[in-house]
Design a protein. Structure first.
Length: 148
């Protein structure tokens, strides 16, 4: 099987609306493994790095101020074709067009405030996750010792 890593970010609107648990629950129920996770307040510099491909677009400044406006939850997940699987689970960028059953389809109506980000191609995952995590932050959940 094609085991892959994927970078995921729960955006400030989802944190504010109390949707962290709902989103993490969907990821876990799907069977993806959470390898690393933390809640942070993203800096301006981090936001510019994460969204560098959108620099110059009309929505760029709004996007940066939105993702730096409050805490976000960043994580690395792993599983077979994790990038394709996560992209299907989050749905169309525009919440009003996203299919019911997807995260944005069920909880978002906007393109700009669309709750969640997941890297859109396997080649970009390493770059995006390295903005927030070091290699040693990725944990092997299979081999964790029991606390008992
Ligand atoms: P995301 O998947 O995080 O990737 C880029 C983000 O830019 C996207 O989700 C949206 O939040 C935002 N975005 C993309 N297109 C537009 C747009 N036309 N207007 C406003 N925001 C946008």
């Amino acid at each position: 099987m094609n085991e892959e890593l994927e970078f995921v970010m729960i955006k400030p609107d989802a944190v504010r609306r109390g949707l962290i648990g709902e989103i993490i629950s969907r990821i876990e129920r799907k069977g993806l493994k959470i390898k690393a996770m933390k809640m942070i307040k993203m800096s301006n510099e981090m936001a510019h790095k994460l969204y560098e491909e959108h620099e110059g677009k009309p929505f760029f400044e709004d996007l940066v101020s939105y993702v730096t406006s409050g805490p976000v939850v960043v994580m690395v997940v792993e599983g077979p074709s994790a990038v394709t699987v996560m992209r299907k689970m989050i749905g169309d960028t525009d919440g009003s067009k996203a299919e019911p059953g997807t995260i944005r389809g069920d909880f978002a109506l906007s393109k700009a405030r669309n709750l969640i980000h997941a890297t859109d191609s396997p080649e970009k995952v390493e770059r995006e996750m390295s903005i927030f995590f070091k290699k040693e932050d990725l944990l092997d959940t299979e081999n964790m010792h029991s606390i008992y």
